[in-house]
Write a protein that binds this ligand. Structure first.
Ligand code: ADP
Ligand code: ZN
Length: 606
């Protein structure tokens, strides 16, 4: 008897109800329809094809671009008692043969293949002799040349339509801008299918941005306050900075690894594996790291340097909290980054149109950084989505920015840029405003101009903040030829003429970071993740047990149980098998495999 989607959800996956559009998508696929599914990371895309594959006769073929990703997903399915296998270049000839044999005999529910493997004539031929329940094309944006993850082999997936007309095809992705969307539909020939679009909001992620002075101290304090013992990713712009940051974190007593495209393949693989399989590793990386990292319990993503655009920021921060538990997105931003990125844009070989687009993207990003409104609202608006009310859960919502009338300050800053010849950057201009003495200032005669020493009412840090805000509003333009010097923007006139009031945000600057130095990580409070857990030591014990089981089976801990399940376990303390089976994420297979050993730990306490 084939089960219903609801029964499969409960019995196999251990969940009580579908989320968002899952049910609708699953019903559509079971009925044999094609679809493009756009759903944010953590939205629950996998169930959308896994459940129809289990409901329909035959094997479901999942096409996925990354070996690590396939491996983890298959691992997780096997833990649930689902008959799934991978087929890609990581298998030995004998292993591959065995899987192909199982496929032929109809012994598999799901097979995960790389596009290279799928597209061989022999494999297509084999498939044509199997009963197929569906095709799922994961990370479908790889088909788009516009996207950053373009994979040429994905283009050839159009053969599926030709060879397997009546097998439903689901393309899934979390990247959803218009051009990419159209590309996917066209290339995979999904014109007759349905489009399912879920909102972009990631409600469990808390967004926060800090000014980039003492950035490392601030980062350390952020980690110590919120993320001791957690997994996280720290993005940096350059390889050198990645390496030095990882080294520094290790010296501070954290388990930090690094990852960038300059490492040899083996090293990259090892670091990535350790990040997935161990608990509490901080990965310091360039943007080379991330696509296909399916780790559900990344608790924070920090940017020590400005990302390239709001899209990149959304993608990168989106790797936090896939499991739906609270997570943080933290960014330090400063004027140097703005200059650097502007410079990249100007010196690139792109045409003028392309450059204009990139400048606009940078502006949008700065606007986001400097906003006094709810960050989530601004972020979602960028993706054409409206959030009716402020989220109440980002930095600007939690600590509303104070504003002040910065008209005069703005006039002073702009005229100082003008008087010094529109070729200097923030540091120099601020020195002039503050009336500081320096050889350069004397040499240029800028101690004689009318704007010298007219800005003593503000600190250097506040001036830097003011300059950031002026750049974000395009009152100042970063000019490239003069090493990031400023020019006046076109909209300055109204300010000089006093026709416009400029409301600026007032930032609070702590002169020194208030973190407590020299605490060893061991003395720091562990498992800060879970404010809601009363008994932290129980949670820790459950987590250790999970890690032990994972090591024995050589799988990442999250394929045994997600943190969500462990948290619930620590909170509700199930005492019997019946209690245990009520936990979210516990289906029949996991109940059988794991309830005894976890119950033993819980039942030790009274
Ligand atoms: P995506 O691929 O869209 O990033 P996943 O398929 O990995 O998302 O799912 C994200 C998380 O949500 C996983 O931890 C998964 O187990 C969980 N999940 C998905 N659907 C449900 C559901 N209906 N009920 C409870 N948890 C779910
Ligand atoms: Zn908010």
């Amino acid at each position: 008897m084939i089960k219903t989607p609801q029964e499969i959800l409960k019995d196999i996956f251990g969940f009580d109800s579908f989320r968002g559009q899952q049910k609708e998508i699953i019903d559509h696929a079971i009925a044999g329809g094609d679809a493009l599914v756009l759903m944010p990371t953590g939205g629950g895309k996998s169930l959308c094809y896994q459940i129809p594959a289990l409901c329909r006769e035959g094997v479901g073929v999942v096409i996925s671009p990354l070996i690590a990703l396939m491996r983890d997903q298959v691992e997780a399915l096997n833990q649930l008692g689902v008959r799934a296998r991978v087929l890609n270049s990581s298998l030995t000839v004998n292993e591959a043969r065995a899987v192909e044999q199982q496929l032929k005999q109809g012994e598999l529910d799901l097979v995960y293949v790389s596009p290279e493997k799928l597209l061989t004539d022999s494999f297509l031929n084999q498939l044509s002799q199997c009963q197929l329940s569906l095709f799922a094309i994961d990370e479908a944006h790889c088909v788009s040349q516009w996207g950053h993850d373009f994979r040429p082999e994905y283009l050839k997936l159009s053969v599926l339509k030709k060879h397997f007309t009546h097998v439903p095809k689901l393309a899934l992705t979390a990247t959803a801008d218009g051009p990419t969307r159209n590309d996917i539909i066209e290339r995979l020939q999904l014109q007759e299918g349905r489009l399912f679009v879920s909102g972009f909001d990631r409600p469990n992620i808390k967004y926060a941005i800090v000014a980039k002075d003492n950035a490392k101290d601030k980062l350390l304090k952020f980690i110590e306050d919120h993320h001791v013992g957690d997994s996280g990713i720290i993005y940096c712009m350059s390889r050198a900075r990645v390496e030095s940051t990882a080294k520094w974190l290790r010296q501070e007593g954290f388990k930090a690894l690094h990852y960038h495209a300059g490492l040899d393949k083996k090293q990259r693989q090892e670091n990535q594996d350790q990040f997935l399989k161990d608990e509490g590793i901080i990965m310091v990386a360039t943007i080379a790291f991330g696509m296909g990292i399916d780790k559900p319990d990344v608790r924070f993503v920090a940017h020590l340097d400005l990302p390239k655009s709001l899209e990149s920021y959304y993608q990168e921060t989106g790797r936090a909290g896939r499991d739906g538990l609270k997570s943080n997105a933290w960014l330090a931003y400063g004027l140097e980054d703005v200059a650097k990125i502007s410079n990249f844009i100007e010196i690139s070989n792109a045409g003028e149109d392309q450059k204009r687009v990139e400048r606009q993207k940078l502006d949008a990003l700065l606007g986001y950084c400097e906003t006094t409104r709810c960050r989530r609202q601004v972020l979602l608006e960028y993706f054409d989505e409206k959030l009716a009310d402020p989220c109440g859960y980002c930095d600007t919502c939690l600590e509303p920015m104070k504003c002040f009338d910065g008209t005069v300050a703005t006039q002073k800053a702009l005229s100082c840029v003008y008087r010094t010849g529109e070729r200097f950057g923030a540091s120099y201009i601020i020195d002039v405003l503050l009336g500081n003495e320096s050889e350069r200032i004397t040499q240029f005669g800028h101690d004689k101009i009318t704007t010298y020493a007219i800005g003593k009412e503000y600190s250097k840090n506040l001036w830097r903040s003011i300059f950031r805000q002026l750049v974000a509003r395009r009152l100042l333009l970063v000019d490239i030829e003069g090493h990031g010097g400023y020019r006046l923007g076109e909209n300055c006139r109204a300010i000089f003429q006093g026709e416009e009031t400029v409301l600026l945000r007032e930032e609070v600057f702590s002169s020194k970071s208030s973190r407590t130095k020299n605490k060893s990580p061991k003395q720091r409070k562990v498992a800060t993740l879970l404010d809601s857990i009363k008994d932290e030591s129980l949670f820790q014990e459950l987590r250790d047990h999970r890690l032990e089981l994972a090591r024995l089976q050589k799988v990442p801990p999250f394929v045994i149980f997600h943190d969500t399940t462990l948290v619930e376990m620590a909170q509700t303390r199930p005492r019997t098998n019946a209690d245990f089976s009520q936990l979210s994420g516990v289906g029949k297979a996991k109940l059988e495999r794991y309830s005894d050993s976890f119950l033993k730990i819980i039942n030790k306490i009274d």
